[in-house]
Design a protein around this ligand. Sequence first.
Ligand SMILES: *[C@@H]1O[C@H](CO)[C@@H](O)[C@H](O)[C@H]1NC(C)=O
Ligand SMILES: *[C@@H]1O[C@H](CO)[C@@H](O)[C@H](O)[C@H]1NC(C)=O
Ligand SMILES: *[C@@H]1O[C@H](CO)[C@@H](O)[C@H](O)[C@H]1NC(C)=O
Length: 379
Amino acid sequence: MRRCSGWRRFLFCLPLIFFLPHMFSVMELHQKKNSKKSDHLVLGPAAGQGLPNRLQCEGIKAVNKTHSPTSHISIGRESIAFVTVFAIHNSSPNTHVDDRSSNLVTVGNASYSKVERSMAILNVFINFIQVRMPQSSIIILTDLVSDLRMHRNRVAVLPIQNEYSRDKLMLQRIMSYIAFLETRLEELSHMEGHISHYIFTDSDIAVVDDLGQIFQDYSSFHLALTFRNNKAQPLNSGFIAVRGTSDGILRAKLFLQKVLEVYSSKYMSASRMLGDQLALAWVIMSDPSFDRRKFTKAQVFLEKIGGASVLFLPCAIYNWTPPEGAGQFHGMPLDVKVVHFKGSRKRLMLESWNFFSSYGNISDMLCLVLSSGRTKYDF
Ligand SMILES: *[C@@H]1O[C@H](CO)[C@@H](O)[C@H](O)[C@H]1NC(C)=O
Ligand SMILES: *[C@@H]1O[C@H](CO)[C@@H](O)[C@H](O)[C@H]1NC(C)=O
Ligand SMILES: *[C@@H]1O[C@H](CO)[C@@H](O)[C@H](O)[C@H]1NC(C)=O
């Protein structure tokens, strides 16, 4: 009792103005710990306001005009194909049965089961590419050819025999890329004149600007990777561009084979999502001529790694994603080209597409992404 009354006196003597904000922040912390991932769009402050060359927003209205309505940059006889690996994982053999009733998630007007969610992401991935780079095509590498009823223009579904189990997905993905490049090398020997460049990406990205220009602006690279200033994981494996010449495809294939070899020998025990990135970083960093200080500046650079000419593109523009949680974050560059809806941001990817297809404004959509990108969603 004595302690209690002492504590009470302490409480009531405190100036309220000091105490209240403190109490709220404790409550918020407590709530965050227990809270579930959000099932609706949450908008916070947009980062990077007041910084030069960062997107400025008023709510979800862009102050800067950033991207033209559609880019129709033609690169002559060359074309671009996006390549993505797609696999569906059911956590138990029965999920199909109770999936619909117990696990529905609603976005806009539509409800999705778990499997439907993966399909919706894939479709939105395709939508963005077709709106922003209408002359490009999309190739889906999958073991689900019969299940994947994908009847869309300029989209091809290609069977690649592999074991797409969840814990080996990243390993299988590199193997699929290599197998794909091998088929292209063979095809190339029968074809003349036409060149198709390839961009291998995760399917949870939105292409918001033309990417064909990298093959023109930087004419001497074989493959391109995205980097960031992060000590442990300087490279992201979610975006790999390959020049469609026989030299480009061959060098890229040999490079990925090296990454695969390092993955298999050094990183098999790494978390299933990280092995390929660690292997990628190892191959780059172990090159004696490579200077890792180049990762500290968000500027494009070219480097010879083994026999390949590798173009390094800053994630800030070619693979933009806000850090989750409280990490430092300087907003969104005005010339961002790819937004990556990593981790718990898949709902935001669908909401962004819905927003864009309603209002047709990429800049405003980017403000939506910027102010919402740190929320963890349920989808
Ligand atoms: C998009 O919105 C921005 C800012 O509100 C505006 O400047 C721009 O003209 C709009 N673009 C289109 C294509 O409507
Ligand atoms: C973006 O808009 C802000 C606010 O109008 C302006 O100060 C800034 O110069 C603009 N940035 C660019 C690169 O146009
Ligand atoms: C939802 O449905 C309503 C009525 O059918 C329609 O007007 C609206 O555009 C739809 N919204 C979306 C995001 O599809």
